[in-house]
Design a protein around this ligand. Sequence first.
Ligand code: CTP
Ligand code: MG
Length: 236
Amino acid sequence: MKHVAIVLAAGKGSRMHSDIPKQFMRLAGRPVICYALQSFEESFIDEIILVTGEGQNAYCKKEIVEKYGFSKVRQIVSGGKERYDSVYQGLCAAGDCDYVYIHDGARPFLDADILNRARQCVEEYEACAAGMRVKDTIRVADEHGVIRHTPERKYVWQMQTPQVFSYSLVKSAYDRLFQQGDFCGITDDVMVVERMLSCPVRLFEGSYRNIKITTPEDILVAQLFLESREKYSQDG
Ligand code: CTP
Ligand code: MG
């Protein structure tokens, strides 16, 4: 069985308001993207495809892949304007494999437990994604801020990555999406598979630490998580 990771790092990070894209910002001295790559490198994953922005290929090769010795990164490909464009580039580059693990490069706290749960789930169900039960009550409001609907909390999950699929399944879903050309409202891979193939998707537990670095305060939270991880490993 061949397991391939597609690590997304082609976004502009507009909500971060920083000079450099957030996936290349430093976290405890290392670019954010290094953390997810490291987790895949140390796992059962056979091969990593790094999807990066137009013109960032040489930087990624020299300053990330070679510098930190990520030997499983076999290809660095250019992404596109939207996340789904970048995923599609990664899927086309992946070719012949059994399972793909699509992961946001802006989520540094991927770990071995999450990856093992992902593997178990995808081998059984073919389409699955990391998520966590929400801690707050979620309300759906109209455009005026008037509450319209309150879903029962125990059924509400916040989505994370990795989102993991059998390769042939997710590739055919994305092929269809690009043939049809209706991208309205697509934010993640689960949505593509649901919409194009009407395929049920299973959730498995990610972790409450598996945050996406999105806005400036997320960097502070990530630093605290890293400090506590170091302390824990020293104590242990
Ligand atoms: N991503 C990508 N290609 C895009 C857009 C996003 O590869 N065209 C990647 C990002 O680099 C990130 C992940 O998808 O690792 C999740 O996206 P998001 O958090 O939305 O990142 P950005 O799009 O960069 O940020 P923003 O939406 O604030 O501009
Ligand atoms: Mg975005």
